[in-house]
Design a protein around this ligand. Structure first.
Ligand SMILES: [Zn+2]
Length: 313
């Protein structure tokens, strides 16, 4: 046997080993709070930078995304067209825009009627921008993932959404990027590179820890790992960390699927009967709805120094 052939065989067997050792996992990625969420919501240049960077990464890695819009955040004097242009970039990149209400209110403090108005007002621009993509599945995500603090609210909004063609969007992994992002934007503004880097690294590590938790937790409910759905926001920390984060997830065996594909995982047919003031992940809701108690030990929380930076004014 010549050396070249031997090396080829060795390399082939190595790649087979690598493939079999890496589990095959899938994940849908969803973005909230489009067009952009910053410290005060008025920084158009930062919004343009973040949008460009996020979409460049998603395109390069071929990650299909459903991204949820708050149309109220388009209404900034002198910037309306420029802000709609940010959404157009998502559409041009092949992403699906979803409805996240007009002004991101908390369902806990609204009546059914008020929340229904928020849904209707929240779909006007996005539906127009998505005309070229017809037909597509309409998705809705509740702000704070608060899906109803009373049975009546939860049921009424669920029926209202279904009648308008919307599916409610679950998530199984919350990287809590908003907790990291405030301190991050401040560090960028102060040109504090060390803190910015520390926050980026901590954010990626935290999201990986939250992913590991979901990987351990879902088999206790469904007897297997399910397709995960990650919730992140259109913000600066994702603009600057997303490539590294997606690379880490790919190394864990994840391929990135559409939300439609994730929703076709039978686990996602499980009813969510939880009535709560809070917005837990769907893993927890499905566990509760099935009347199971598989324990939540090990659900990670961001480090105290991150929370302290988040709370600083
Ligand atoms: Zn939101």
């Amino acid at each position: 046997m010549n050396l070249k052939l031997l090396i080829t065989i060795l390399l082939m067997s190595l790649s087979v080993t690598a493939q079999t050792n890496k589990p095959s996992r899938s994940m849908a990625v969803t973005f909230d709070d489009l067009p952009y969420v910053g410290l005060d919501g008025t920084d158009l240049q930062r919004a343009q930078r973040a949008t460009k960077k996020i979409l460049r990464v998603l395109r390069a890695r071929r990650v299909p995304v459903v991204a949820f819009v708050n149309e109220g955040n388009l209404q900034v004097a002198g910037e309306v067209d420029a802000r709609i242009a940010l959404l157009q970039q998502w559409v041009d990149a092949g992403m699906i825009l979803g409805n996240h209400t007009y002004s991101h209110p908390d369902l806990n403090s609204l009546t059914i009627q008020q929340f229904q108005d928020e849904i209707i007002r929240g779909e006007i621009v996005t539906r127009r921008l998505m005309e070229s993509h017809q037909p597509y599945q309409l998705y809705f995500r509740h702000p704070y993932t608060h899906t109803g603090d009373t049975q009546a609210k939860k049921e009424a909004i669920k029926e209202f959404l279904a009648a308008r063609g919307y599916k409610i969007t679950p998530h199984t992994i919350d990287g809590q990027d908003f907790v990291f992002n405030k301190g991050y934007v401040r560090a960028l503004r102060n040109k504090d590179k060390a803190t910015a880097r520390r926050l980026r690294e901590a954010y990626v590590e935290f999201t990986i820890a939250a992913t590991e938790f979901a990987e351990r937790f879902s088999p206790r409910i469904f007897g297997r790992e399910i397709t995960q759905t990650l919730l992140v926001h259109a913000n600066d920390i994702n603009a600057d960390s997303l490539d590294g984060l997606l690379s880490r997830l790919a190394a864990r065996g994840y391929s990135f699927v559409t939300l439609d594909e994730a929703m076709s995982d039978p686990a996602y047919q499980t009813k969510d009967t939880v009535v709560s003031r809070y917005g837990p992940t769907w893993l927890w809701r499905w566990m509760e709805s099935k009347g199971m108690n598989v324990g939540l030990k090990g659900d990670p929380e961001p480090d105290q120094w991150v929370i302290d930076l988040h709370k600083q004014r």
